[in-house]
Write a protein of this length. Structure first.
Length: 231
C-alpha cells in the first residue's frame, strides 16, 4: 500500500481525495490531499468483474464524487462511488459507437458528459448518463493521429470550463483542441524541445484560470500554455 508500479493517472475529488491509477499493480489507490494513504481496490483480471483491471490508466471524478476508471486492457470504463464501491460500467471491445479499443484518457465536462480517448479506434467518444450511473454513447469524432500502438502512444484529454476539449497526440508530438461537439479549433507542436514543441506529450489538464498544463515526458518537463495566445 502506498507504493506504485508505473502509475499512469491521477484525479482529485471535490473533497480533496487524490486517486492514483497504479497501472501495473492493476489497482486504484486513494490518499488525502496531504498524501496520507486511505485505501486501495482492484486486482489483475479479465473476467469482467468491476474490480478486476488490466492496466488502468485515465481517471476522472465528477461533481457527485464518482470515480471513472479507464480499464484500458479490458476496454471499458468502470464507475465507483466515493467509498470505492462499483456502481456501473460502460464500453467493452467494439468498433461501433459505444465500443472501445485501447481507451486511455477520460474527462468530464460541466454538463456531466464523459469524453473518452478511444485510441485504437482513433476517435473521441462522448457518453451521457441515461439512468443512475448508466451511460450511453451519443457522439464521436475522428482524430487524425494516434497512429501507433506502442506502449508510449497513450493519449489523454481534458475539458475546459468553457467546453474546449484538448488532447495529446503523443507520437505526433502535438496537442489538438476541439469544441465539445468535435469541431477542430487549433493545435500546435512538433518534435523538439522548444517552447511550443514536445518530446512526448502525455497527461494534460486545464487550470481554473483556463491555462493548459501538459506533461512533456520526452523532455522531462511540465509546460503551461495560455490558449488565448495559442488560438
Amino acid at each position: 500500500p502506498g507504493t506504485f508500479n508505473e502509475p499512469w493517472g491521477v484525479a482529485v475529488a471535490p473533497d480533496g481525495t487524490v486517486y492514483v491509477a497504479d497501472t501495473w499493480n492493476h489497482r486504484i489507490q486513494h490518499f488525502t490531499a496531504g498524501g496520507e494513504f486511505l485505501g486501495m481496490f482492484g486486482k489483475n483480471g479479465t473476467s469482467g468483474q468491476p474490480t478486476e483491471f488490466w492496466g488502468p490508466r485515465g481517471l476522472a471524478v465528477d461533481e457527485k464524487g464518482r470515480l471513472f476508471v479507464v480499464d484500458t486492457g479490458n476496454k471499458r470504463v468502470v464507475i465507483f462511488d466515493a467509498e470505492g464501491q462499483p456502481v456501473g460500467q460502460f464500453g467493452g471491445f467494439g468498433l461501433q459507437l459505444g465500443g472501445l479499443d485501447e481507451p486511455v484518457g477520460v474527462a468530464i465536462d460541466g454538463q456531466g458528459r464523459v469524453f473518452v480517448a478511444d485510441t485504437w479506434n482513433r476517435r473521441v467518444q462522448v457518453f451521457e448518463e441515461v439512468a443512475d450511473s448508466v451511460f450511453s454513447a451519443v457522439a464521436e469524432w475522428p482524430i487524425d493521429g494516434w497512429l501507433g500502438q506502442s506502449l508510449d502512444n497513450k493519449p489523454y484529454l481534458s475539458v475546459s470550463r468553457l467546453g474546449t476539449v484538448c488532447l495529446t497526440d503523443p507520437e505526433g508530438y502535438r496537442v489538438l483542441c476541439f469544441s465539445s461537439d468535435g469541431e477542430f479549433k487549433f493545435g500546435w507542436g512538433g518534435f523538439g524541445s522548444g517552447s511550443s514543441q514536445f518530446g512526448l506529450p502525455d497527461g494534460l489538464t486545464f487550470s481554473e484560470s483556463g491555462d493548459l498544463w501538459v506533461v512533456d515526458s520526452g523532455n522531462d518537463r511540465l509546460m503551461r500554455f495560455n490558449l488565448s495566445e495559442a488560438g
